[in-house]
Design a protein around this ligand. Structure first.
Ligand code: NAD
Length: 484
């Protein structure tokens, strides 16, 4: 894509590639090989100000561009992404470590966001009612608000920012994107496509950096709204700080996802879905299975089936054919996940498969898949988000007990049930707190035309990502009352 190994990355501001004002950098390395890919500047308040100024300057002209014309740029972006999908998937694998099929899947989901945003002419329509009083009509229209910004995590470098900016600009806003400093290359590539398809300068801007840059965007008076995806402590910080500065915020946080398996479930299908959910993307997925609650008699057979599947998972560089489990993002993160495994052992959980024993490639931040059994709710591995290839079984006697355990946990991103009983499925759907719920689904990921986001400590805000509700997030509803 024209970025030399070890190159210092630039920002894309006002339609130009410009250097950051700071010299501090984060080294971006391939987590499978530890090869240096690029150097990401850890941007400053000045970098944020330049990007916001460019976005603000572009807003009046973009707002006045009819929606039908605005979406033509998105149609072209969609085609460009189709043409370059494989190149982008390779970049995602190189910088994040996930396998190529996983990267392709995430790129596909990203493209679907652009497609859904192309529906803006229909989805932006307002409401009207005549004769609300004698001779008086009333209408409500959606208007763009100005500059929006997103702050993204490391685990889906291409897809997550695409949850936001296609919709924001389709609505007539302008945008500043801040990818994770650990994985900035996918957005470098995407913004080259954005440049090629000819979006007017300043409509979409890219800035690179970490905390300081995030905070500068949260504080900037010309940013109307913030979309954040990352860990819960940072999501809470973003929500609080940006709201204090008067902004709209949607902050998607961390997860601890519980999956219930009823005794009547198809256990082969459940074991396959759970194994994929827990160990796909090396467990670095906000929808990953973390705790399985086998109900009654399902326990021992399910444990045997999951353990057997885990043993056949092929670990290695995600670029190689047939690899199913790539590396973790960094050495520090790997150390943290190993500490979780140690804490599970210390707190008395039964270690069924020990990922620390797996045969590992010489380089890279690899860790084998781990399975614990007889985990209890108070253990650290049951309380905290691990974000690695570690799965816990917590056997229970009844659906009621499973639902209570789920209810008592502070996080509520996604949750699933495996069953052939309509009644159990219905009880689960009705009562579970998580706002992404699956029935016989391992990864309950809403598609672009539905909203995405959790509940309780997994989400701060009210309007979720993509789907119809993002048209509420990215617009103000003006009500006009007329008498002629
Ligand atoms: P993170 O919270 O460390 O970082 C996310 C972003 O915030 C990055 O861009 C980073 O530069 C910035 N940041 C980090 N610390 C900051 C601070 N103290 N102040 C201001 N900005 C800060 O998250 P991560 O490790 O990149 O991503 C993994 C997390 O993201 C997991 O917790 C995962 O569950 C979550 N996630 C959630 C969803 C969801 O839909 N709920 C989706 C993907 C990832």
């Amino acid at each position: 894509m024209g970025i030399g190994k070890g190159e210092l990355l630039k920002n894309y501001v006002g339609g130009e590639w410009i250097p950051s004002t700071v010299s501090r950098v984060e080294e971006v390395k391939n987590p499978a090989t530890e090869e240096l890919l690029a150097r990401c500047p850890l941007g400053s308040v000045e970098d944020a100000a330049a990007a916001v100024a460019a976005a603000r300057a572009a807003f009046p002209g973009w707002r006045e561009t009819p929606v039908q014309d605005r979406i033509q740029f998105l149609f072209r972006l969609k085609q460009s992404l189709e043409d370059h999908a494989e190149e982008l998937a390779v970049i995602v694998t190189e910088e994040n470590g996930k396998t190529l099929p996983e990267s392709r899947g995430s790129v596909r989901r990203g493209i679907q966001m652009v497609e859904a945003a192309c529906g803006a002419p229909s989805l932006l329509m307002g409401q009207s009612l005549e004769e609300v009083a004698r001779g008086i009509d009333c209408e409500s229209v959606r208007q763009p608000m100005g500059v929006f910004a997103c702050i993204a995590p490391f685990n889906f470098p291409a897809m997550v920012p695409l949850w936001f900016y296609p919709f924001a600009v389709a609505c007539g806003n302008t945008f500043v994107c801040k990818p994770s400093e650990k994985v900035p290359l996918s957005q470098q590539f995407l913004f080259r496509r954005i440049e090629e398809v000819g979006f007017p300068g300043g409509v979409l801007n890219l800035v690179n950096g970490g905390r300081e840059l995030t905070d500068a965007l949260l504080d900037h008076p010309d940013v109307e709204g913030i979309s954040f995806v990352g860990s819960s402590p940072v999501a809470k910080h973003v929500y609080t700080r940006a709201a204090a500065a008067g902004k709209r915020v949607q902050a998607l946080g961390g997860a601890k996802n519980f999956l219930i398996v009823m005794p009547d479930a198809d256990l082969d299908a459940a074991a396959a879905a759970i194994t994929e959910s827990a160990f796909g993307c090396a467990g670095e997925r906000c929808l990953a299975a973390s705790i399985v609650l086998p109900v009654g008699a399902s326990h021992s057979e399910l444990r045997t089936k999951i353990a057997a599947r885990m043993k056949s998972l092929r670990l290695g560089n995600g670029r190689e054919e047939g690899v199913q489990l790539g590396p973790l993002i960094s050495a520090e993160h790997r150390t943290r996940v190993v500490e979780f495994v140690e804490s599970g052992v210390q707190e008395g959980a039964e270690l069924v498969v020990d990922g620390r024993d797996a045969e590992l490639p010489e380089r890279g931040h690899f860790l084998g898949p781990t399975l614990f059994d007889r985990v209890t709710p108070s253990m650290r591995i049951a309380q905290e988000e691990i974000f690695g290839p570690v799965l816990s079984l917590m056997p229970v006697s009844a659906l009621e007990e499973a639902l209570e355990i789920i209810h008592d946990h502070p996080l509520a991103n996604a949750s699933s049930i495996f069953t052939t009983s309509g009644s159990a499925a219905r009880q689960f759907k009705y009562r579970v707190d998580a706002s992404m719920a699956g029935v016989n689904i391992g990864v309950a990921a809403p598609m672009s035309f539905f909203g995405f986001g959790g509940a309780k400590g997994s989400f701060f805000g009210d309007l979720k990502a993509h789907g119809r509700e993002c048209f509420d997030f990215f617009t103000d509803r003006k009500v006009v009352i007329s008498r002629w």
